[in-house]
Write a protein that binds this ligand. Sequence first.
Ligand code: ADP
Ligand code: ZN
Ligand code: ZN
Length: 804
Amino acid sequence: MAQIAQVLVDVPTMQTNRPYSYQIPIAWQSQVQPGMRVVVPFGRGKRRVQGFVLSCDDVSNFEGDLKPIDAVVDLAPVLNTEALALTEWLAASTFSFQITCAQTMLPAVMRAKYEKQLRTTATTPTEIQATLFGGKSMVAFDDVATTPALVSQLLQLQAMGQVDVYYQVKNQARRKTQTAVKAILTNEQLQTAETSVRAGATQQLAVLRGLITLNGETIPQKEFCARFGVNDGAIRTAAQKGWLEKVAVEVYRDPYATSDIQATKALRLNDEQQVAVDQITKAVDQAATTFLLEGVTGSGKTEVYLQSMAAALAQGKTALMLVPEISLTPQMVQRVKGRFGKAVAVLHSGLSSGEKYDEWRRIQRGEAQVVVGARSAVFAPLKNLGLIVMDEEHESTYKQDDAPRYHARQVALWRSRYHHCPVVLGSATPSLETRARAEKGVYQRLLLADRVNQRPLPKVSIIDMKKEMQQHAESNFSAPLLVALQDRLERHEQSVLMLNRRGYSSFVLCRDCGFVLKCPNCDISLTLHMDTHTMKCHYCGHEEAIPRSCPNCHSRQIRYYGTGTEKVEEELQELLPDAHIIRMDNDTTRKKGAHAKLLAQFGSGEADILIGTQMIAKGLDFPNVTLVGVLNADTALGLPDFRASERTFQLLTQVSGRAGRAEKSGHVYIQTFNPDHYAIRFAQHHDYEGFFKYEMQMRHRGGYPPYYFTVQITASDLDEGVAAKRMYQLLQWLRPRLAPSTILLGPTPKPIARVNRRYYYQIVIKYKQEPNLASTLTTLLHETQAQQRQGLQIGIDVEPLHFM
Ligand code: ADP
Ligand code: ZN
Ligand code: ZN
C-alpha cells in the first residue's frame, strides 16, 4: 500500500516543479491516487495549500517525519495518466510551472472556489450512505469531507460508482436529473424471459424487445416509452420482475439544445478527397503521422475531416477536432453535430462555466466520443484517441497569450505520439512553418487542388486606391466596388465586405504612393508612438521622427491609417439607401449567441450585404454570396511583424474563398494602396505555392522562422524605468550563457508599449541550435519569481506569434 504521496503544491510566487512528499493517512492509503487534488500543510506556519498528487509510493517502514495530507479535494482523479505526463512536458517546453499547466487542463469551475456537492447515485442506499447523507440525496462536500474516517468511506463509495461530486455553479439552475431505464439481465436472459411471457402481454413483450435492442444501453424512461410504444405501468412491472432497473441520470446543460441541427449523411467523395481519407484512415490505428491537408477554399476539407473521424469512431476510437474559435464558426459545429449527433461534445469560451463543466464531464465519462472545440479543447480528456483534426491550422488563436504559452498544434502532436494516432492539419493557407515541414517530409502532404465539383475559384480584381483617391473625394468605396455592389442588389445576390481592423492606426501610409515607413535595419514597419511623437522599430530599437512628407514621393498625404466599421456602414447606407446591411464587429457580437444570430439572418437572406471585421473571413459557406470586397488590404501589411505578409495573404485568400461557393460564380475586389505587393498579387491568383516560395526567400534573407527559432522575453512594470533596467540586466545575464551564433535583439519597448498602465519591454532570442536554451530559460523562470513578488512581471514565449 502506498504510504507516501508526491504532491505538486500550489504556492503562488514560490512555485517549483519539484513535488513534496506527504504522508497518506492510513485510512485512505489504498484510495488516494495520482491525479487527485489534496489539501496539504505547507511551510512552517499553518498555511494550507492545494496540490495535485503526482504519484503514490510504496515505502514500507518509512521512518521520516512527513506531514500528512489534510483533506482530499477530489474523490477520483481529475487528471489521468496521460494528462499528468502532458503537464510535465508542457511545463518544460513552454517554460512555465507544472501546477499552472495542470490547472489549465481543468474546467474553470473546478479551479475556482465553487461550492461542491456530494450526491448519491445508488437507488437503494446502503447503511453508509444513510449515515453520510442522512436520507438526503445531496449534501455539501465540505460537511462530510473534513472528517478523515468519512473521507475513507466516501472514496470507497466513489470507487463503486455510488457517489459523485458536483460543482454548484452560482446563479445557475440546479443540476437536473431524470429517470432512466437500464437492463439488469443479459440479452440471452432477456430472450429466455420473452419465452415465458404469454403472447397477449404485448406491453411486456415490447419492453423486453426494447431492452434487447438497446443491448445494455441506458436511456431516459420517456425516450424508452416513446421509442418502443410502452407505458409507465409496463416499466414498473418490468422493474418488479427484475428485468430492468430505474436509475437517475443527469440532464446536461446542452448549449445547442435549442438550435435544431439537421442530420447529414456522408457525401460521395471526389478522387482527391478519397485519397486523403484513405491515407488518414490507414494511419488511425497505426502511427502518429502528421498530415498537412492543403486544400483551396471550398475544396471540401470539412468532408474529409468528417469521414476520417467517422473511420476512427468505426474502429472504436474517439476523435478530437480543433477549430480556431467556435463562436466565429457556428456552421462548423452544426456540420459536426449533424454527422455525429449526440456523440459530440462542444468546448469553447462562449459557453457558460456550467455548460463547459457539463461537456467536460460527458467527455471524461466516455459519453461523448467526438469533441469539437477551440484551443483549450486540445486537453479534452478523451481516452483512446484515434484522430486529431486541426482546422485552419495557421490561425494564431491556437496560441495562448498567458502562461502556459502553448500552441495547440504542439499539444496535438504530443497527444498523437501518446496515442499513436494521426493528426490532420488543415488549411487553404498553411503557416510557413507547417508547409516547410511538409516540404522536408516531416509531415505528409495531402492536396485538394480544386474546388468541389470543379467550381472555379472567384476572379479577383485589385483596385489601386491611390488612383481612386485622385479621382474621387476620400471614400471607403472605390467606383468599381460600388458598381459591383449595385449589380448584386439588382440580381438579388449577396455581398460580404471586410474592413480589416488589425494594425489599425499604428503605422503611417502615404496615400499617394502607398509608401510605408520601414526600419533601415530590420525591414519591418515602423510603429507610430504618439506618446513620444516618434516612429520606432520594436525589433532593434531604431527611432526616427514622424515624417511630414512622404520620403518616397514627397507628397504631404502621409498620415496614419484607419477607420471604424460603424462609420463605413453609415457611408455605405448613404451610397446604397435601399440595401439591407448587417454589421458584424466587436460591438454587435458582444452578446452571447449574437454572432450566430447575425449569420443566420444573413444566411436566410434577410440582408443583402454583410459588413464586418476579419471575423467574417472564416468558415462562412453561403451559396448566394457572389461578391466579396476587401476595403483595406493594407492595414495588416503595415504591422510591425515579420509575419505581416503571411497574415495578409492568408486573410485575403480566406475572405476571397467566401465568394462563389455554389452554382453562381464569385468575384472579389481588393482595395489597396499597395497593388504591387507580392502578398496581394499572389492572393489575387490564388497562388499559395508561389507565395510560399517567395516568402521563404524573404524569411531566409531576414533570418526569421522557419529558418530560425525564436523566443520572446518580456518584462512589464508600472514603472517604465524598472522594466527597461531589468531587461538590460537580463541581456547581460543571457549573453554569456548562450552560443555565439545565437542572436539577441533588443531590449526594445513593445509597439504597444503601455497596456493597462504597465510598460512592456522585450528581448527576442533567435537561434538555429542552442543547447543551453532550456537550462538557461528554466533558471530564468525560477529566478524571476522573487521579482514577480515586487510587481515586475517576466514572460517567456517560445515561438511567439505576435510581437506586440
Ligand atoms: P473547405 O472547408 O475546404 O472550404 P467545405 O468542406 O466547406 O470546403 O466544402 C465546400 C462545399 O462543398 C460544402 O458546401 C460541402 O458540403 C460541399 N462538398 C464537400 N465535399 C463534397 C462532395 N464530395 N460532393 C459534393 N459536395 C461536397
Ligand atoms: Zn508617397
Ligand atoms: Zn529595426
